[in-house]
Design a binder for this molecule. Structure first.
Ligand SMILES: NC(=O)c1ccc[n+]([C@@H]2O[C@H](COP(=O)([O-])OP(=O)(O)OC[C@H]3O[C@@H](n4cnc5c(N)ncnc54)[C@H](O)[C@@H]3O)[C@@H](O)[C@H]2O)c1
Length: 331
């Protein structure tokens, strides 16, 4: 029988790509999302339960009603800048509401859980690339909320048998290479879509936040990972847990850092036109460089990035913004 997987936040950017990967692997994703930041059109590979994590009773009836075998937990707030101005929202949603999910799983007796964590848990690490055993020392409430979420899951492992693989993504980017789904936030906080919009003339310019970092070109360096690679890692983690595997934590990144200017150049090259660039101040809470050591994901999950060159990321996002999204939003 087809295994049903509960996907919280499955109408969002990363969650919807994981749903496509689940369906391709023969699972049925059951999306649990209240669309506060997601898109109804992104739910297309299984049933949709429109409800908030805050409704624990609904989580329990959903897990029971669909005979769920495992959970992928994406639903959260995920913007560093917003977390600096509204920390309460981040701790309430990413920690407190996540506890409802853990309690619902414990009540029904579901053990396998894959959670979305982040490189923001490391803060501003002293050395690079970053390994999983380096200290967790977040410098913004978003990162702190994800450390707490990981710790909650770990303690539910000790006390309630829930087995969790926490995947610490570096910078999610790209979109479905087949153009079925992609990223759309309102407002859009992520760099690659903003650069693409600027290069396509859909926004006036791209603001570079900080040009005086101690990096090769002065702009912040990040490890950009294609969302299709992230989705593949979720499938591998899920299979491992369904086979009885133990809890673990893995970085998901390429091991290569790219500066903001390199992203702008890659997108400009793909579009055939460079966007207008405005130099702005650093954003509070932003570290200069975050680059993953992906060794553990390779050894533990058998995963490595395949789609994450800057050219591939730029190509897929440009296709999404110029060819697909206009059709979806005008329909
Ligand atoms: N995008 C990145 O670069 C990135 C990097 C590292 C980690 N992550 C993590 O990955 C996960 C997914 O990120 P994303 O970029 O897809 O975000 P997103 O905002 O696109 O998707 C999140 C989804 O969760 C839903 N949601 C949020 N809170 C909810 C609640 N309380 N109840 C029901 N639904 C709720 C939203 O409606 C949305 O559809 C998050 O946990 C985020 O912290 C993302």
């Amino acid at each position: 029988m087809t295994k049903r997987i509960l996907v919280t936040g499955g109408a969002g950017f990363v969650g919807s790509h994981a749903c496509k990967a689940l369906a391709q692997e023969g699972y049925e994703p059951v999306v649990y999302d209240d669309l506060r930041r997601g898109n109804r059109w992104a739910v297309k590979w299984g049933p949709f339960v429109e409800a908030p994590l805050e409704d624990q009773a609904r989580l329990v009836t959903t897990i029971k009603g669909f005979d769920i075998e495992a959970v992928m937990h994406f639903a959260a707030y995920a913007y560093v800048g917003e977390s600096m101005s509204d920390p309460s929202a981040y701790f309430r949603n990413n920690v407190s509401a996540s506890l409802n999910l853990l309690d619902a799983m414990a009540e029904v007796g579901i053990e396998p859980l894959v959670i979305s964590s982040t490189c923001a848990t490391y803060g501003n690490p002293a050395t690079s690339p970053i390994t999983e055993d380096m200290p967790l020392s977040p410098i913004n409430p978003y990162g702190a909320s994800k450390v707490m979420m990981e710790q909650c899951a770990q303690w539910y492992g000790e006390t309630k048998d829930i087995r969790t693989i926490a995947l610490r993504y570096f910078n999610a980017a790209g979109c479905d290479p087949e153009g079925e789904i992609g990223e759309l936030h309102d407002p859009e906080p992520h760099l690659v879509p903003l650069v693409v919009q600027a290069a396509l003339g859909q926004r006036e310019a791209i603001t570079v936040n900080g040009t005086d970092y101690d990096t090769p070109d002065g702009t912040a360096v990040r490890d950009y990972i294609h969302v299709t690679d992230l989705a593949r890692a979720h499938i591998l983690a899920l299979k491992r847990l369904l086979d009885g595997g133990e809890s673990a934590v893995c970085n998901l990144g390429t091991g290569q850092g790219s500066s903001i200017l390199e992203i702008i150049n890659a997108v400009g090259h793909e579009v055939g036109r460079q966007p207008k660039v405005i130099n702005g101040p650093r954003r509070p809470g932003d570290p200069p460089a975050l680059v993953a050591d992906p060794t553990r994901a390779r050894e533990f999950l058998g995963w490595s990035a395949e789609y994450s060159s800057l050219d591939k990321i730029a190509r897929d996002v440009v296709n999404w913004y110029s060819n697909v999204l206009p059709r979806i939003t005008s329909a």
